[in-house]
Design a protein around this ligand. Structure first.
Ligand code: ATP
Ligand code: MG
Length: 646
């Protein structure tokens, strides 16, 4: 349907880019033919206290282990702060834009240094030692980045829990990693609404008796309950300690953080990342995928509670000495022009967001975008889900005025950094394709029996060999790590995602393999049918799942959200079936379409097809874990109006 459109690299972009087509090919080939030599060289992009002599020690079978640069030592926070002080002490490190357009802050590298050192000293004062877990449950404010870097400075392991999670989800994550200290704020602020963070912590801690210390940032000044001896104000604590804290010497393979996956497919896993390889990979991908140059204003709209925030708001950009914009608010507050107003206000050059945000803004039409200039934009990025070609084209033509390349970056919490993405100066793009692998990444496509599929094909996406940013284990459960990622296709890392590879070797992520539908023996990714539906002018969003069907094995069940103002009618239902038939073919035409005012999404905005599958199968009594849903009430509506009543 979409393979025909190719967007060449704009000439002006290629001439200034870090990597052009020829150097991409040369470096990629080198990274695959001699990974040891390639990474031995690339590892030097960060500062080591004791340089490594060992580069790669990894096995995906037998005794599964992953180690990179393992005899080297470093400090991640010194790499993100101290090493820039000689040349950019006064440059803005964190450019914070508040929920209200009236609020912003510039934090220079010198200020970042002082803030991080003070907080590191506070942690030490409260008994936090190397290897201890620190839970960070905070809003999108600079203090959250200070907290992560303060942990890194003393070798404590942070576990950031997204501020939108409930007390129950927070409790699970505190208990799972056994952390004894929690950093939070009185309240968060999103879209003009207050989020009761401290109250949620109080609730969670009723079941976490081992937590002895809570440090609270005053963000809104709202009333909070207080437990003397346990709760401490951040501003009082940091003002009582020294602004100097020498960075600890940390082993390359010492843990940097634990992060729980977003839970789209089931119980979240405590993904563990370590220090050296992670930082090399995060900083390198940030530089090349976003073609980051000195002086660029770079904005990733993710929450720091997700891996995207870890690697591409905090660690990657700061390791590169960048100015990273951190946004407290949401795309449609005070109005749906906000993203573009912020772009104009701070002259943002590189903008990185998620398809769910793009689709939501697309629903509002071009008006809110066109009211702004966006002249500063040079590059656009997407992450989190397959981006349907319709949304890609809107992003490209309306937001980027046809001028900015789009990098559709495929990766996972587990991968630490981007694995498949265009390098914007090197790789022509195709709407909906994540294109080609990053240096050192060896994607392989296998059938269900694990046989390698060559050339243009479709199947399960695996990675054949390790890269430095790869997760090392599931915290406290190495067996689960081995089982989850290395047992389905022995000897390979299994991503859980399906993909198609076209004649140009481009990868098209078709969604999670669990989501593949098998209709009368034809295997179909749900992403393609969803893209076809969303391409209809009256459709804003769609989610497609399979359900048991007597004749076909599986039938196609589509949940469709209409554009604002469109009425759900029988004729429209028929029209949509015909539309998909015409776009893809009769085999893909939906058997049932349910009009859905809202879809169940994780807090990071991903559609939870697991729940939709249950409703489609008429098994709505057993929906499983719904605790990571952003809005559990949409489920009730979907169950009430389900189509498959047997
Ligand atoms: P869980 O593993 O708990 O189910 P999750 O997979 O949603 O949660 P993440 O690690 O945040 O948690 O998401 C990674 C997944 O997101 C990928 O496996 C893929 O399915 C999807 N994804 C991310 N970026 C892209 C992209 N550019 N194109 C297609 N899919 C993407
Ligand atoms: Mg996953």
């Amino acid at each position: 349907m979409t393979d025909t459109s190719i967007f060449p690299v704009p000439e002006a972009f290629a001439s200034d880019a870090w990597v052009d087509a020829a150097s991409y090919q040369r470096l990629y080939d080198q990274s695959i033919s001699d990974p040891e030599a390639f990474w031995a060289e690339q590892g030097k992009r960060i500062d080591w206290i004791r340089p490594y002599t060992q580069v790669k020690d990894c096995s995906f079978s037998g005794d599964v282990h992953i180690r990179w640069f393992h005899d080297g030592t470093l400090n991640v926070s010194a790499n993100c702060i101290d090493r820039h002080l000689a040349t950019r002490a006064d440059q803005t490190a964190i450019l914070w834009e508040g929920d209200s357009p009236a609020e912003h802050r510039h934090i220079s590298y010198a200020e970042l240094h002082a803030n991080v050192c003070r907080l590191a000293n506070v942690l030490k004062k409260h008994g936090v030692q190397k290897g201890d877990r620190v839970t960070i449950y905070m809003p999108m404010i600079p203090e959250t980045a200070f907290a992560m870097l303060a942990c890194a400075r003393i070798g404590a392991i942070h576990s950031v829990v997204f501020g939108g999670f409930s007390p129950d989800s927070l409790k699970d994550r505190i208990q799972d990693c056994d952390s004894r200290i929690v950093l939070t704020a009185d309240e968060g602020l999103r879209g003009g609404r207050k989020v009761p963070l401290k109250a949620n912590v109080d609730q969670a801690l009723k079941s976490c008796p081992d937590v002895g210390t809570v440090i609270v940032v005053r963000r809104t000044g709202g009333q909070v309950a207080w437990e003397d001896g346990r709760d401490f104000w951040y501003h009082e604590e940091v003002s009582a300690v020294s602004p100097d804290c020498p960075p600890e010497e940390i082993g390359a393979e010492d843990p940097l953080f634990i992060l729980y996956t977003s839970g789209s497919t089931g119980k979240p896993k405590g993904v563990l990342h370590t220090s050296g390889g992670y930082l090399v990979y995060a900083s390198m991908t940030h530089q090349y995928v976003f073609d980051y140059h000195d002086g660029d204003i770079y904005w990733c709209t993710a929450d720091v509670g997700w891996v995207t925030g870890h690697s591409y708001i905090v660690y990657g950009p700061l390791a590169n000495g960048a100015t990273t914009l951190m946004f407290e608010g949401i795309p449609n507050y005070p109005d749906s022009s906000r993203f573009w107003q912020v772009v104009d206000k701070h002259k943002v050059n590189i903008f990185y967001t998620a398809p769910t945000a793009i689709r939501a803004l697309m629903r509002e039409g071009e008006g809110p975008v066109k009211r702004t200039s966006r002249n500063s934009l040079r590059l656009l990025g997407s992450v989190g889900e397959p981006i349907n070609p319709e949304a890609w084209l809107w992003y490209h033509t309306v937001v980027g005025e046809g001028r900015c390349p789009i990098v559709d970056t495929w990766w996972q919490t587990e991968t630490g950094g981007i694995l498949i993405s265009p390098l914007p100066g090197a790789i022509p793009t195709k709407p909906g394709s994540a294109t080609l692998p990053f240096f050192g990444v060896r994607p392989v496509v296998v059938d269900n029996e694990g046989h390698h599929l060559e050339g243009a094909t479709e199947g399960n996406l695996c990675i054949a060999d390790s890269w430095p940013g790869q997760m090392r284990t599931v915290f406290g459960d190495h067996e689960r790590f081995v089982q989850t990622y290395f047992s389905t296709f022995p000897g390979k890392y299994f991503t859980g995602d399906g993909c198609r590879r076209d004649d140009d070797g481009y990868y098209w992520i078709t969604g999670r393999v669990d989501d593949v539908i098998n209709v009368s023996g034809h295997r179909m990714g749900t992403a393609e049918i969803e893209s076809a539906l969303v391409a209809h002018p009256k459709v804003a969003e769609a989610a497609v799942v399979g359900y048991p069907h007597d004749l076909k094995g599986q039938g196609i069940y589509a949940y469709v959200t209409l554009v604002d103002g469109e009425e759900p009618t029988e004729p429209l239902r028929k029209e949509l079936v015909q539309w998909v038939r015409k776009e893809i073919g009769p085999i893909a035409s939906p058997d049932l379409i349910q009009f859905a005012p809202g879809l169940p999404k994780t807090r990071s905005g991903k559609i939870m097809r697991r729940i939709l599958r249950k409703i489609a199968a008429n098994e709505h009594e057993a929906l499983g874990d719904t605790s990571t849903l952003a809005d559990p009430t949409v489920v009730t509506e979907l169950v009430e109006n389900r189509q498959n009543r047997v």
